[in-house]
Design a protein around this ligand. Structure first.
Ligand code: 13P
Length: 261
């Protein structure tokens, strides 16, 4: 008798533009991406996370391009509070209000630049959930931690501390981004990615009833030339892409690496 294997989660390819992109050029790239996406079947879910200044223009532009169903928009951070006296910050409710469906929380650049702890990231993820957003929770070890043989302990501790109790496969995505692979052109081997993602999957399954269905993204120097190999690794359900997400012509081959044919 054939055994039933659970359906694999729908892959997700997300682009993190970080602090890059101007109004005209950014929307032009979204136009090019929309053209590709509208003529393609079997797509993964695609999300773009432009800087805050471009979020609402991006939502409006994707609707005008007829691609709002195919390309979601996400913020790069949110505050843990729903509103209040927090100059310069953006609430998850505000992101939702302008049409975002996603928000990245706990990116290593924010952990490093703004001292965000696992507890702070967990609070932001809870705020995202309360606002109806899907949180893309980022974790990943530094080079020191990897060289010290502590990678699996570090990522287990981060996922336990950063993913809130109320997380589900629908409202939470976990992105494994080794700090030493971000923006460096260096990537872990397929075996190293497989080892970490297997640990993350086991942690999610142990903690959540639908842990097998959470999307686990790999991020860090993903580009056209390595996307197919990285996306084929077990328990890799997509990518979080930085530099190669800024231009549609670079991003598209990564999206294509997860098209189901
Ligand atoms: P790069 O793809 O530029 O290495 O950035 C990865 C990243 O930090 C995505 O969030």
């Amino acid at each position: 008798m054939a055994t039933m294997t659970p359906a694999a989660p729908r892959p997700l390819i997300a682009g993190n533009w970080k602090m890059n992109g101007t109004l005209q050029a950014g929307l032009a790239e979204l136009g090019l991406l929309s053209d590709r996406i509208k003529s393609t079947r079997g797509l993964p879910e695609v999300v773009v996370c432009p800087p805050a200044t471009l979020l609402h223009p991006a939502v409006l532009a994707l609707a005008a391009f007829g691609a709002a169903q195919s390309v979601g928009v996400g913020g790069q951070d949110c505050h843990a509070e729903a509103k209040g006296a927090h100059t310069g910050d953006i609430s998850a409710d505000s992101l939702r209000d302008i049409g975002c469906a996603y928000v990245i929380v706990g990116h290593s650049e924010r952990r490093a630049d703004h001292g965000e702890t696992d507890a702070a990231v967990e609070a932001k993820a809870r705020a995202a959930h309360a606002a109806g957003l899907t949180a893309i929770v980022c974790i990943g070890e530094t080079l020191d931690q990897r060289d010290g043989g502590r990678t699996l302990d570090v990522v287990s501790r981060q996922i336990a501390g950063s993913v809130p109790a109320g997380a589900t496969a629908a409202n939470t995505v976990v992105a494994y981004e080794p700090v030493w692979a971000i923006g460096t052109g260096r990537t872990p081997t397929a075996d190293q990615v497989a080892e970490v993602h297997a640990r993350l999957r086991a942690d999610l399954v142990a903690r959540f009833a639908d842990g097998a269905a959470f999307r686990l993204l790999y991020g860090g120097s993903v580009k056209a030339s390595n996307a197919a190999e990285l996306m084929a690794v077990a328990n890799v359900d997509g990518a979080l892409v930085g530099g190669a997400s800024l231009k549609a012509e670079d991003f598209w081959p990564i999206v294509e690496a997860k098209i189901s044919r």
